[in-house]
Design a protein around this ligand. Structure first.
Ligand SMILES: C[S@@+](CC[C@H](N)C(=O)[O-])C[C@H]1O[C@@H](n2cnc3c(N)ncnc32)[C@H](O)[C@@H]1O
Length: 353
């Protein structure tokens, strides 16, 4: 049954099933509202206006409608809303009019093409949002080809069973890297995904640098900025490598710390977001961890178990202990028990003992 759903400023008429799957028709997925919130916050935090935006896998159109209603004035020049499913395109049109947005508005173009054809037939975009079921692989080439200089590519991957190591062969086939199950699996999976996107981009002399990344629920998400040029692409490839026996993966920064900070303050200033405790907590943690240049994090539980430490101190006390030794430390959004820090292991062990 179709319901009317409000998500921030958008009003959507769509099915809202408890469990979602690829086989279903057009539906609204509440779990991904935070994914859409962060897209809006990010675009409102960067110094870009008059953007040509592509939503090639639009489903109910909720993401595009939110862009139209929630992006700051002057940000959006034109948005292209596409889905190959005819029912989705009907739903996009219905939802636009439910939001009193005129479909004939010259800021909007609705398409019903295969997403690859849609991208190939277009001129270029400042922001492309790839939000598929499963792997984004099928769309990477053409999205990257159509990404403008300094443009931003947003990529979601929901095939975490491959990226996090439940099906390692699938990860090798699809992402050309070996994953690793365990405490770090989400960070490793995200870094493997980033490297894959960067390898595809390097073929076209484009250097895609992650500016904001995270893993949440059943998905991974990364925003990458396109720096064009052979030398820049070469520099990116130098930052690919192994973490233990997992990888190769991206070993550079996952965030621009200033952007992570700006996104958090935009959320705190905005009434649409500042009462959302889950979102605010999430953004505050990322803001802190974005300042620390470290690949991976320490898992306090793991360390206690391996070293037979009976008394696990509070995470805040351990972080304070690390900072007293003049190393940086913070929580990590990847894992509740995790501590991101540049402190050497032996020194951390002394604090924990
Ligand atoms: C996960 S949903 C997108 C959700 C949407 N981005 C949001 O935020 O609500 C994926 C959508 O991609 C569409 N799709 C899948 N493969 C496609 C293709 N090759 N070309 C165009 N649309 C495609 C499906 O019809 C589906 O509506």
């Amino acid at each position: 049954m179709k319901l009317i759903i409000n998500e921030c400023l958008a009003r959507i008429r769509a099915e809202s099933p408890k469990i979602v799957s690829k086989e279903m028709g057009v539906f609204y997925n509440h779990v991904m509202s935070l994914n859409r919130d962060i897209s809006i916050l990010l675009l409102n935090s960067i110094n870009k206006s008059d953007m040509q935006i592509a939503d090639p896998l639009a489903a109910s159109g909720v993401r595009s409608i939110r862009f139209l209603k929630e992006l700051k004035k002057g940000k959006l020049k034109k948005i292209f809303i596409n889905d190959h499913n005819k029912a989705a395109v009907r739903s996009i049109k219905e939802n636009l009019s439910l939001n009193n947005i005129n479909v004939k508005n010259n800021k909007i173009e609705i398409k019903d093409q295969d997403a690859n054809l849609f991208l190939l037939n277009s001129k270029g975009f400042d922001y492309i949002d790839i939000d598929p079921f499963g792997s984004p692989n099928f769309l990477l080439n053409n999205a990257i080809v159509r990404l403008a200089r300094n443009g931003i590519l947003a990529v979601t991957a929901t095939d975490t069973s491959a990226l996090c190591g439940t099906f390692p062969n699938a990860c090798v086939r699809k992402y050309w890297a070996v994953p690793k199950k365990g405490a770090l699996m989400h960070e490793i999976g995200l870094r493997i995904l980033i490297r894959k996107v960067q390898l595809v981009a390097a073929q076209f002399d484009k250097a895609l640098v992650p500016i904001f990344s995270y893993a949440k629920e059943h998905y991974m998400r990364v925003f990458l900025k396109n720096n064009k040029g052979k030398n820049k692409a070469d520099e990116i490839l130098k930052l690919h490598g192994m973490l233990g026996d997992a990888g190769p993966m991206w070993l550079g920064r996952l965030w621009y710390d200033k952007l992570a900070s700006e996104i958090c303050s935009q959320a705190l200033k905005n009434e649409l977001f500042n009462k959302d405790k889950e979102l605010i907590k999430f953004l505050k943690i990322i803001k802190e961890e974005s300042k620390i240049d470290a690949v991976g994090f320490y898992d306090a539980h793991d360390i206690c178990e391996k070293n037979k430490i009976g008394n696990l101190q509070k995470k805040s006390a351990i972080i304070e202990g690390i900072r007293k030794l003049r190393y940086s430390a913070s929580e990590t959004h990847f894992k509740g028990e995790g501590i991101r820090s540049n402190i050497p292991y032996q020194k951390l062990l002394r604090i924990m003992k």
